[in-house]
Design a protein around this ligand. Sequence first.
Ligand SMILES: Cc1ncc(COP(=O)(O)O)c(C=O)c1O
Length: 365
Amino acid sequence: MQFPSRPTWAEIKLSALKKNLLKLQKIIGPAVKLMFVVKADAYGHGAAAAAGFAERENLAWGFGVSSVEEGLSLRSGAVRSPILVLGSLYPFESFIEAINSGLAVTISSLDAARQAMEASRKLGQKAVCHIKLETGMGRIGARKPAVIKIFSELALGKSAAINGLYTHLSSADTDPEFTAAQLGYFEETIAELAGYGANNIIKHAANSAGLLNYPQSRRDMVRAGLAAYGLMEGFEPVLSWKTRIVFIKTVREGTYISYHKSFRASRPMKIATLPVGYGDGYIRRFSGAQALVGGVKCPIAGDITMDMTMVDVTDARDAAVGSEVTLIGRQGGAEITAAELAVVAGTIPYEVVTLIASRVPRIYV
Ligand SMILES: Cc1ncc(COP(=O)(O)O)c(C=O)c1O
């Protein structure tokens, strides 16, 4: 493997991604479609590479992105599978670009439906629409009466194609009662829409936690991100974050390390400096975390700075300039997961991986 000149990189293990997507396929069975969610640059894993690989290996029916830009960037990377823009399209002119590039769009309002129809008529090509039902996420989506109006108007207008109806679960990992209510309202809406002729559309609700915890939520398609990236129990982590020691020193007891004397050596110590900092997404909130050096968990020493981080490597006997350090991933028998780092920072694994900055090269192994 070739190393970048600044030795801080993320390793993306495509075999783990394949394993996770195959596992998801097995769980949902052949009758249910798998949409692989690759928004936010595939949760920091690199959308072009992740989606390209999944398409070549036939691991997903299609891809979910957050914006038209993200969809266009996949199309320009020659991804041909269905792509659904999960966000709300604005400005409305972006419907034109979405149709031109064959991106399916989310419709959450009558206004958006009308814009999609107008763009379709202009281009003589049907916008592929998935109507979004609001069931409790409170983000985008319309309630049942508005969804029925949207459906009827789109169906009557004929210029756009209604391909799907979907909702998003807000608490499938934590709240069975609320999730059941969300799914109940979704089913009610499906039943009522059937009376308007909405039979052959893709109905989808489940994210990773939904599809794992509530089999009934799988419906015609699931939209999985977290499990595919191995950021959940039972799946293999796809991303490892690594760096190398660029400087090392022995310090006396009482020596201060980093800004504002944020760390004081309580004994003679070996302190290593790593070329990674909050400018790479290794945020200051990780200052209480550990890094793996020589298979040993070594505590971060003092505040993380923009481009460098100090680590107490006293217990890692062979630590030297050039030693490989694992920030996320396995080394020897030890492991630091994105979930553990998330706990240290008071956040969620999604945020840990999506924050890894673009200046950190992704290396696909
Ligand atoms: C609309 C939508 N569907 C599906 C997902 C995938 O969720 P998860 O990564 O929890 O599987 C997301 C992610 O946030 C989402 O916003």
